[in-house]
Design a protein around this ligand. Structure first.
Ligand SMILES: [Zn+2]
Length: 325
């Protein structure tokens, strides 16, 4: 914590009547004091810019999008609007664009976790380079930094489930007539469509309503896409729990790292595994890492691994500065 103060960065947690707000905010100086909320929820009585890394609900864009001071990529904002049926009230930017947030020049970097998923980086008044990644699938575009704020969805070095490679070949060989893939409506479903097109499948893909709308509006080169049952079930992409509702004659696969579905599984993840996370930290070479997502055990285990292997790291649980919101 002292090291962060030397670097001119103060992490804080906001606490309301119902407990802590999600994730955390950082205070830093740039001409005057600035507060940037990181994947946190909107409180009308808190004056802060809200950075939204992507449109998954555990990053709270559904709440932050109500703030005129929220910031998200154009595609993240669009995805939030489709998913939650309301207008994005903040400002948007194109992938890779440099944006001015109250005089601070903030760079944006795609992380390929979902369509529109973006990391943010900037320098504070004393030249400390701060990088917030959100969830990461591809760290190639992330810059070096002094303070890294990142995820650890697969951060346990001792858990074999945290070491994997995507089974792209398994996906390719599963493609055929009468196949249904189970994939979450935002993220995996678009990955499934992208892979199908990459492997030359050019017939209609049937999709569940939300997946269809998200894919049609956010993807290029994805068509033809149609609603469920509109092409005789030749190729479908539906949320995993809806596979059971499709006819038994279909060959069903779930795209997941989990093992608790009653269908064949193809390991395709939207995240880096432990090896990838470790490589990302080395590449970014921070003086301090704050592991902020998911809350709990996985982040603590990754922070502990970093502390034991030549890096300094902490989790949101280690943040002692609390203000009421
Ligand atoms: Zn996510």
């Amino acid at each position: 914590m002292e090291r962060l103060i030397d670097l001119g960065v103060l992490p804080i947690r906001m606490k309301g009547a119902r407990g802590y707000k999600p994730h955390f905010s950082i205070l830093f100086r740039f001409e005057c004091q600035r507060t940037f909320g990181i994947d946190t929820s909107y409180s009308p009585n808190v004056e802060q810019n809200l950075l939204i890394t992507h449109a998954h609900s555990d990053h709270y864009g559904n709440s932050a999008m109500l703030s005129p001071k929220s910031i998200a990529s154009e595609k993240t904002a669009k995805a939030l609007e489709i998913r939650h049926g309301r207008r994005f009230m903040g400002r948007t930017f194109k992938a890779g664009e440099v944006i001015d947030i109250d005089g601070v020049k903030v760079r944006t970097h795609p992380t390929e976790h979902t369509i529109g998923a973006m990391a943010f980086s900037w320098k504070n008044e004393v030249g400390t380079r701060i990088l917030i990644t959100g969830d990461v699938k591809d760290a190639t575009h992330l810059p070096k930094c002094d303070v890294l704020i990142t995820e650890a969805n697969y951060g346990d070095p001792l858990d074999p489930g945290c070491r994997f490679e995507d089974d792209i070949e398994g996906f390719r060989t599963a493609i055929g007539e009468g196949v249904a893939f189970g994939a979450y409506a935002f993220g995996k479903a678009q990955r499934a469509v992208e892979l199908l097109r990459r492997f030359g499948y050019c017939d209609e893909i049937e999709m569940e309503r939300k997946s269809l709308e998200l894919s049609k509006q956010l993807m290029e080169g994805a068509e033809p896409l149609v609603g469920l049952g509109e092409n005789g079930g030749k190729m479908s992409v539906v949320p995993p729990w809806e596979l059971c509702r499709l006819p038994d004659r279909l060959d069903k696969f779930v795209l997941t790292g989990r093992e608790d579905y009653p269908h064949k599984r193809i390991r395709i993840s939207d995240h880096l595994d432990f090896i990838g996370l470790r490589k990302m930290v080395k590449q970014c070479s921070p003086e301090m890492t704050i592991v902020y997502h998911p809350t709990g055990d996985m982040s603590a285990k990754f922070a502990q691994y970093l502390n034991e292997n030549g890096f300094s790291a902490m989790t949101v649980g280690d943040i002692t500065n609390v203000i009421s919101a």
